[in-house]
Design a protein around this ligand. Structure first.
Ligand SMILES: [Zn+2]
Ligand SMILES: [Zn+2]
Length: 243
């Protein structure tokens, strides 16, 4: 599997960058996980829009879905210009029916509700879900292909369940929207220290900190996570490639 960070900011994109978006590729299949604000712009640095095979969404906060509409318009325009395109499957949960219904647009894209209790198969990927602790319904995901696994926390405050969910992950993409001295319980986010704690207890092979805050010095997040986790800790940035 190859994973490219398309966007990594929490809440809103910094100038010229994007909020949550991760391109995961395997055996010629391109899966976009989350499609936040400005993701569509950044994505085109790495792949043509019409090369996307599927989109998978963790939850319906703006910083994870803001560019779904523009993505649908882009595909509509591509088709208008004569390109033959298949309907793009967009996988999301259906706890919020209004948001879920927006994933289907003409015959351009089709919303597919995933059952978080079951393993989901998308192209060469198998996806397992875990409900997170967040103000709206949100799912973390383990994405497997070949003999590798990527675990993505999506948005969540700390939950012990992540330790078993992330166990032995080859790549652990953990949100770290806060610094060690903060408390994410009310906001539904985690600190660098909590990310390091889960990475350590979960014996993950590599930790990627993402959903980064718009304040402080991000290098501090690394130092704080490294106090609890001895493996490789990296800050997400646009175009960072793993695998
Ligand atoms: Zn959120
Ligand atoms: Zn978010």
């Amino acid at each position: 599997m190859k994973m490219t960070v398309i966007g990594y900011w929490g809440g809103y994109p910094a100038a010229g960058e994007a909020t949550s978006g991760y391109l995961i590729e395997h055996e010629g299949f391109s899966l976009l996980v989350d499609c936040g604000s400005a993701v569509l712009s950044q994505l085109q640095k790495f792949i043509q829009i019409d090369q996307l095979d599927a989109v998978l969404l963790s939850h319906y906060h703006h910083d994870h879905i803001a560019d779904i509409g523009p993505l649908q318009y882009a595909l509509l325009i591509h088709r208008f210009m004569g390109k033959e395109l298949k309907e793009l499957p967009i996988y999301g949960h259906s706890h919020d029916q209004i948001e879920f219904d927006r994933l289907s647009y003409k015959n351009i894209s089709r919303g597919i509700a995933y059952n978080p209790e079951k393993k989901l198969h998308i192209g060469p990927f198998s996806v397992t879900f875990m409900q997170t602790v967040h103000p709206v319904m949100c799912y973390a995901m383990e994405i497997q292909a070949g003999d590798q696994s990527i675990v993505y926390t999506a948005d969540s405050s700390f939950d012990n369940k992540f330790i078993s969910f992330a166990q032995q992950a080859d790549l652990f993409i953990c949100e770290s929207n806060l610094y060690a001295n903060q408390n994410g319980t009310n906001a539904g986010h985690m600190t660098s220290e909590e990310a390091g704690f889960i990475a350590n207890k979960g014996n993950v092979k590599e930790l990627l900190l993402t959903h980064l805050p718009h304040f402080g010095d991000h290098e501090q997040l690394i130092r704080e996570a490294e106090k609890l986790y001895q493996g490789n800790v990296t800050l997400a940035k646009t175009g960072y490639v793993w695998g």
